[in-house]
Ligand binder design. Structure first.
Ligand SMILES: [Zn+2]
Length: 256
């Protein structure tokens, strides 16, 4: 369903989910806007967990990878705290060289079975996303997470997860962040945006290492302001949303 000029996107229903898992490639990926939506959810009592696929060790040009990984781990935990998230798992797939693989899908499926979310937030996997050309790790992370949502519900794939005591779990919703064709949004005006600003500021050493990086406040207020226009609010976060329990639109006739 494409948005028509002048129309605003519908809001995600407040009661759509109770548990959310956000799957991203790197420390800081949640903090470029999406964490404002996370702040809204946690303030309503929704449990939100993060799964990071890499430690972000290749992200700081002047810092040795092991030092960068340690530093960014601490910054990510602080960033999560700003928006009410304490369950943060960081895997050690190689930063900058993330490979779409069955191993990666299994690791994501494991986190889905452990956290049992109703909704999984993933990053856009297209070559072009809302901010231009998409980064390789982000594309891989998004596609692998999408596929792992199905894997998590299938008892007969990754059977070692059963041996670990992890029963199948099927999330209902997939929310893609950064997709060029968003379908729904969350109003994050007010305190959620401020919490999101603080969550990006928590990546202080990392941001300081990137020459010319705009201040966190400018960036988060700018990104959520742009998305807010799609929603008809001052600040918003938009997603492309799929309901995996919806009946396939086959044989229902032409609504036109
Ligand atoms: Zn990233």
């Amino acid at each position: 369903m494409a948005q028509r000029p002048g129309e605003t996107l519908p809001r995600l229903p407040d009661d759509a989910f109770r548990r959310v898992l956000c799957v991203v490639a790197h420390p800081d990926d949640v903090e470029y806007g999406a964490s404002a939506a996370v702040a809204v959810w946690t303030s309503r009592g929704v449990d939100v967990s993060y799964l990071l696929l890499t430690r972000g060790e290749a992200g700081m040009d002047g810092t040795e990878p092991e030092d960068a990984a340690r530093l960014r781990h601490g910054e990510q935990l602080a960033a999560g705290r700003e928006v009410g998230v304490t369950d943060i798992e960081i895997l050690a797939h190689p930063d900058g060289m993330l490979v779409y693989s069955l191993d990666l899908r299994r690791d994501i499926a494991r986190a889905i079975r452990r956290t049992r979310p109703d909704a999984v937030v993933v990053t856009a996997w297209d070559v072009e996303f809302v901010a231009g050309l998409n980064q390789a790790d982000h594309r891989v992370a998004g596609l692998a997470a999408l596929d792992a949502v199905r894997d998590a519900g299938n008892r007969w794939v990754f059977r070692e997860l059963l041996d670990e005591g992890l029963e199948p779990w099927s999330p209902r919703w997939v929310l893609s962040s950064g997709d060029t064709r968003p379908t729904h949004g969350v109003d994050v005006t007010g305190e959620p945006v401020q919490a999101a600003v603080r969550s990006l500021e928590a990546h202080g050493a990392y941001l300081a290492s990137i020459e010319g990086h705009p201040p966190a406040r400018v960036l988060v207020e700018g990104v959520t302001g742009m998305q807010g226009r799609l929603l008809g609010t001052a600040n918003g976060v938009v997603f492309r949303v799929w309901d995996l329990q919806a009946r396939p639109p086959l044989g229902e006739g032409d609504e036109g």
